[in-house]
Design a protein. Structure first.
Lengths: 304, 269
């Protein structure tokens, strides 16, 4: 069934997403500048589980009133396909990115039945000079470092989450597709409990499963590559010259659905004059992921 | 329902063990049953009603009136509810207390909060020696909970303390934090000699600089970020400690004689 939103076509299709394990960490520092330095380092090289192990991003800024230690901070979300990888990646990134960052501290940002190490093992960097404090039922570690003391909570929660929500922006030019994607990302950043892990929140290299090469288990999504319109079984009409994808990981189905709705509506508010002609989504025929985000249902508010 | 109230009938000649009179042990008991509970008085076992007038029925809140410093073990093993002591209390107040709240409006003898595990103990006047320490023969003292003393404390506060928080608004005696394993003790008044003697770990938060022995070393003045977390946890208590805000402290570490990593922080250095 054809659906038009402010003259932009919404494909009758769905995004296919997967179960993941997720956690949230609150990073604080002397000021936001250094909180961002720490958080950007910790969420660096974390765009896709395919090559990075985890998908991570900054969820939002936190005012001093919202952080445990009363300093400015940011919350980050981190997702992995399994708990073991998530634990390994969190510990590694804590050690290399937060411990090392001047004035930074790390705290649990989510409750969960499962607890994973935040500073539990990192404390041994203190070489015996580390001390713990149990304050209001939470254990913190104080690790002496050259700038003073590094403070970290012992554990953070690990919860079941969903990764791989997505939609595609099909536009008449590359600048138009990217400008629309930027508008969507700005709107989606206001939605809690989700991250868009790719650079600037946008992916230009959407992939399909498999490849003609045996060693590759994912390869370019040729059906959406505009320069291959005449060479492959294309999904693109003649006027489409560029496609951008936005991938969303979130704590719940509802969080991702809301984020997609907000992003798509922000683009559609630009109208067809923006160069955006269609919104579509990436999937594997519904055979791989248990979570299907149907675009029409999301925009009608009837998703479940 | 009115609070279950025990009013002492006469001046006590001997110590009485009040450990049977806690909210959790009296829950669902009738006044008759409670009156017939035997308590150790001196070397004898006597019914509660021989020593106390009993009124009220709400066992979740117990009140002791016309009290004596011979009333030992009030709130011992307590795991829920509230106890109010209108007057003084004897030794071992809150012994191995696990949860709930005890409020004593008077002074308390030694070994208050001994082996305490959790809950809140508030004492409006002074307290004797070995506050939050371990009982005889045990190698760990208080293991959790919060103790707030409005007056002064005796010697050996937090001896072998393992975990928890003790806040003393007045002075503390000699050997404050001796053999301390972990936890936090705050003192807004003065402390006596040999503070942190054989201290292993933990934190002494002091308003005034004590005379420290040679094996406690000065580490200089620092701004410690974790103090914001600690001070934030004090906010919920009605005590001057809730007004603390400066994270600037002078830090001493010891006891080196014990290879200790305990710290003494002097506030507003």
């Amino acid at each position: 069934m054809m659906m038009l939103l402010n003259t932009i076509q919404i494909d009758d299709t769905f995004a296919e997403a997967f179960n993941m394990r997720g956690t949230r960490v609150i990073i604080t520092a002397q000021n936001l500048k250094w909180a961002y330095h720490a958080a950007n380092a910790m969420t660096g090289f974390a765009t896709s589980v395919i090559g990075c192990g985890v998908e991570a991003g900054i969820e939002r800024e936190l005012s001093p009133e919202e952080t445990p230690d009363g300093r400015p901070g940011v919350s980050i979300l981190m997702f992995a396909m399994g708990s073991k990888v998530l634990m390994q990646q969190l510990e590694t990134r804590m050690g290399q990115c937060i411990l090392t960052c001047p004035t930074a501290a790390a705290f649990s940002g989510i409750e969960g039945e499962d607890k994973i190490s935040l500073g539990k093992n990192l404390r041994y960097f203190g070489d015996g000079f580390q001390t713990s404090k149990l304050i209001d039922g939470k254990r913190y570690w104080r690790i002496p470092v050259m700038d003073g003391e590094f403070i970290t909570e012992e554990t953070t929660g690990m919860v079941r989450a969903i990764g791989g929500g997505n939609f595609l922006i099909l536009a008449t030019s590359q600048p138009a597709a990217l400008a629309a994607a930027e508008v969507a990302i700005e709107a989606m950043k206001k939605v809690p409990n989700v991250i868009m892990p790719f650079p600037g929140g946008v992916v230009r290299s959407g992939s399909k499963v498999g490849s003609k090469y045996k060693t590759m288990f994912a390869s370019t999504n040729d059906a959406f590559c505009p320069t291959l319109k005449g060479a492959t079984n294309t999904e693109l009409s003649p006027e489409i010259e560029s496609v951008m994808e936005i991938v969303i990981d979130g704590l719940t189905f509802e969080d991702i659905a809301l984020s997609m709705k907000v992003g798509i509506e922000a683009i559609c508010n630009l109208g067809a004059d923006s160069g955006v002609k269609r919104i579509s989504a990436g999937n594997y025929g519904g055979k791989l992921g248990p979570h299907l985000f149907k675009l029409h249902d999301i925009l009608n508010g009837s998703n479940s | 329902m009115n609070a279950l109230t025990f009013t002492l009938k006469n001046i006590l000649k001997f110590s009485v063990n009040c450990s049977a009179l806690t909210p959790n042990s009296l829950e669902n008991k009738s006044i008759t049953d409670i009156a017939n509970i035997k308590v150790i008085y001196g070397s004898n076992s006597v019914p509660v009603t021989d020593l106390f007038d009993i009124t009220g029925s709400d066992a979740t809140h117990i009140v002791f009136k016309n009290t004596s410093n011979k009333m030992d073990y009030i709130g011992a093993h307590m795991s829920s509810g509230n106890i109010t002591i209108e007057g003084n209390a004897g030794a071992y107040l809150g012994f191995t207390m696990k949860n709930g709240e005890i409020h004593c409006t008077g002074s308390v003898e030694s070994y208050a909060a001994c082996n305490m595990v959790g809950g809140l103990l508030k004492i409006d006047a002074n307290v004797g020696d070995f506050l939050g320490a371990g009982s005889e023969g045990l190698r760990k003292g208080m293991r959790g909970g919060t103790v707030i003393i409005k007056g002064n404390a005796g010697d050996r506060v937090g001896d072998q303390m393992r975990r928890g928080l003790i806040l003393i608004e007045g002075n503390a005696g000699d050997y404050c934090g001796s053999r301390m394993i972990a936890g936090t003790i705050g003192v807004l008044g003065n402390v006596g000699a040999y503070t942190a003697f054989n201290m292993h770990r933990g934190t002494l938060l002091l308003k005034n600089t004590p005379s420290l022995h040679a094996t406690v070393q000065d580490c200089g003045t620092h701004t410690l970020p974790y103090l914001s977390l600690l001070f934030k946890s004090f906010k919920k208590y009605n005590t001057p400690f809730s007004q603390l805000s400066s994270q600037r402290v002078q830090r001493f570490v010891g006891d080196a004689a014990y290879k200790g990593n305990g710290e003494i922080l002097i506030l507003n250095a």
